[in-house]
Design a protein around this ligand. Structure first.
Ligand SMILES: C[S@@+](CC[C@H](N)C(=O)[O-])C[C@H]1O[C@@H](n2cnc3c(N)ncnc32)[C@H](O)[C@@H]1O
Length: 273
């Protein structure tokens, strides 16, 4: 989902993911001199904010394209290629570990959180964010546009097939049941507690993301997010149908000048090793 998409991510969805970053860094107690690891750093938003606080920052991401982008964008940080649930660091190396909207995308969240705990020192902090389920109205916009466009029917027409293919996804294919957890305050709290963290807390974060409608659509067409992957894989004519419904539904969120105010809801959780 992220391969080769650093440019598209930086100019669209990175903006919405940036909102909780100050609270994430506060929860991880990131300040001057703190050795912090930002996992799934993407284009480096969290790494950059941590550097601005005077922290010593290491970042990792599973995608080479993201690693290159973050290394260029945040020169004071050391950025490496690494894929959860395995990190190339010795036990207890960091004072704090952050992961902003990364647990959403890993196939083995329990193994991933166990690995985050391993690399933080005793007493050090881990802070993570996650998209809340059910999703807020702004997050649901693209999926609604796909459904309203009757894409299953359109896919049949375009492909000349009897079967319309996969249903519209709202999340990536989930982890195996034994590795999964409920995407709720209780579910995320229990995950961090299960991993052996102490003083675990979790709180909802809600905000309105203001973005030009064209930029939001461009992120989807570039294949970002599960719905974006679906939109990007449709033929041109189907994409045009979805865009028409996107424009109709967008009037609910329009604030003038081609901009939308899209309500979003996430969960922020933290704990101490
Ligand atoms: C939604 S983006 C968030 C990026 C960044 N944390 C931010 O706040 O903008 C998710 C990132 O997680 C990375 N990622 C996904 N699965 C991963 C894994 N198993 N290990 C490390 N990074 C992963 C993706 O490549 C992508 O850059």
């Amino acid at each position: 989902m992220w391969a080769g998409r650093a440019q598209a991510y930086a100019s669209s969805f990175a903006g919405v993911c940036a909102h909780p970053v100050p609270r994430l860094l506060d929860a991880a107690r990131v300040g001057a001199g703190v050795r912090v690891l930002d996992v799934g750093t993407g284009t480096g938003t969290v790494a950059e904010a941590a550097c601005a606080r005077g922290a010593g920052v290491t970042g990792v991401d599973a995608e080479a394209d993201m690693v290159e982008w973050a290394a260029r964008a945040v020169p004071p940080a050391a950025i490496h290629l690494a894929v959860l649930p395995q990190l190339p660091f010795s036990e207890g190396l960091f004072d704090a570990v952050t992961a902003n909207f990364v647990l959403d995308h890993v196939g083995r969240p329990r193994a991933a959180i166990t690995e985050l705990r391993r690399v933080v020192r005793p007493g050090g902090r881990i802070a993570v964010t996650l998209w809340a389920v059910p999703e807020a109205a702004g997050q649901a916009l693209l999926g609604r546009a796909v459904r309203d466009a009757g894409v299953r029917d359109a896919a049949v027409r375009d492909a000349g097939l009897r079967d319309a293919g996969p249903p519209v996804p709202s999340r990536p294919a989930g982890p195996a049941a034994e590795d999964d957890f409920p995407r709720t305050e209780t579910g995320l709290t229990e995950l961090l507690t299960w991993a052996g963290l102490r003083d675990v807390a979790c709180e909802p974060v809600r905000w309105e993301h203001r973005v030009p409608a064209d930029a939001w659509w461009a992120g989807a067409v570039a294949g970002l997010g599960p719905v974006g992957q679906f939109v990007a894989s449709r033929p041109e004519r189907t994409r045009a149908d979805i865009r028409r419904h996107f424009d109709l539904l967008s009037t609910e969120f329009a604030i003038g000048g081609g901009e939308l105010a899209l309500p979003h809801a996430a969960l922020l959780a933290w704990g101490r090793r």
